[in-house]
Design a binder for this molecule. Structure first.
Ligand code: SAM
Ligand code: DTB
Ligand code: SF4
Length: 339
């Protein structure tokens, strides 16, 4: 097999923050069998290969967003026919979170279609975090850009994770979003880290980017001072009325390669097979798990779009002999040092 693995003293592949684009591209371009075997061996050095963590999403404020993200059903810049709504009641969020916990999700992820949260919304947001936390679930929010003051309030309320994606490479970024920069995104991630909240950060595959854009997006994440604990890899869900509605299909093998490289560059991070699973065959999802994905979004809806749902996922897990992580269990990182 080409490309030696660098092992730390513990026998685990090293956690590195100095990946070059060329090095990561060489991994991406390996013969497919070599790449996914290498990714699977790395995966096994850090995780139980047959356990999958499940997160459930809820849109707590839908549509009418000021940002112009070219993929998004919720941007006010596009005519997608989505009805905008206000921030929902705390009690409704908690009722939905309880249902998600009963269905087996260990983390509850609340998303708002905002450029950034307003001061007047922070009390309700913090009450949601406190309430979900009290149910014994991990909490995650995605609310757009955050200031250091926002992150401290969220941390004090008990927020475990913050999701804020870089979405694509720095080079491809302004073809997708013009209302905020790649650097803005990195600033928010730094604020989240500084407050001691875990980082959930990934991107989207299938937005007309080159293979090198997928690789460089992952290199940016892997070369952050600490790896994001959670790395969502989304397959673009084409939304009618958005600039990317006809972005074209991506070869599923390229998607699996992206998952494998995410696993190799960030060996101790949870890699989430995220949006787009309704369009993936069981075989493609199985390859993604073999390539190192160890988390999914559960439930019938993501934020505004469809997801496979409980029964279909239960059947997939049964067929593959995968065991979901139970509420209360954490996604173990075997002997992981600081990442
Ligand atoms: N407004 C917040 C923000 O953008 O930071 C949070 C919500 S936003 C919908 C969260 C992420 O979902 C985006 O960064 C993007 O990666 C992903 N996403 C949104 N629409 C998508 C689509 N149509 N297909 C795939 N992924 C999508
Ligand atoms: C992420 O990377 N994917 C999730 C979550 N983080 C917030 C969102 C996917 C959204 C898919 C399109 C929709 O449902 O509107
Ligand atoms: Fe707004 Fe987030 Fe959608 Fe961008 S991805 S338009 S910030 S909701």
């Amino acid at each position: 097999m080409t490309g030696q693995m660098d092992h730390s003293i513990s026998g685990q592949p090293e956690i590195r923050h100095d990946w070059s684009s060329a090095e990561a591209r060489a991994l991406y371009d390996l013969p497919f069998n070599d790449l996914i075997l290498k990714a699977q061996l790395t995966h096994r050095a850090y995780f139980d290969p047959n356990r999958i963590q499940r997160s459930q999403l809820l849109s707590i404020k839908t549509g009418g967003c000021a940002e112009d993200c070219g993929y998004c059903s919720q941007s006010a810049h596009h005519n997608t026919g989505l009805k905008a709504s206000k921030l929902i009641e705390v009690e409704r969020v908690l009722a939905e979170a309880r249902r998600a916990r009963e269905a087996g999700s260990t983390r509850y992820c609340m998303g708002a279609a905002w450029r950034s949260p307003k001061e007047r919304d922070m009390d309700a947001i913090c009450a949601m975090v406190e309430g979900v936390k009290a149910l014994g679930m991990e909490t995650c929010m995605t609310l757009g850009m955050l200031t250091p003051k926002d992150t401290i309030r969220l941390k004090d309320a008990g927020l475990d994770y913050y999701n804020h994606n870089i979405d694509t490479s720095e080079r491809h970024y302004d073809k997708i979003i013009t209302t905020r920069t790649f650097a803005d995104r990195l600033d928010t991630l730094a604020n989240v880290r500084e407050a001691g909240i875990k980082v959930c950060c990934g991107g989207i595959v299938g937005m007309g980017e080159e293979a090198l854009d997928r690789v460089d997006m992952l290199v940016t994440l892997a070369n952050l001072p600490e790896h994001p604990e959670s790395v969502p890899i989304n397959l673009l869900i084409p939304v009618a009325g958005t600039p990317l509605e006809n972005a074209g299909d991506i070869d599923p093998i390229e998607f699996v390669r992206t998952i494998a490289v995410a696993r190799l560059l960030m060996p101790a991070s949870t890699v989430r097979l995220s949006a787009g699973r309704t369009e993936m065959s069981a075989e493609m999802q199985a390859l993604c798990f073999f390539a190192g994905a160890n988390s999914i979004f559960a439930g019938e809806t993501l934020l505004t779009k469809d997801n496979p749902g409980e029964d279909e996922d239960a059947s997939l897990f049964r067929r593959l002999g995968l065991k979901p992580l139970q509420p209360g269990e954490v996604c173990e990182r075997r002997n992981a040092e600081s990442v």
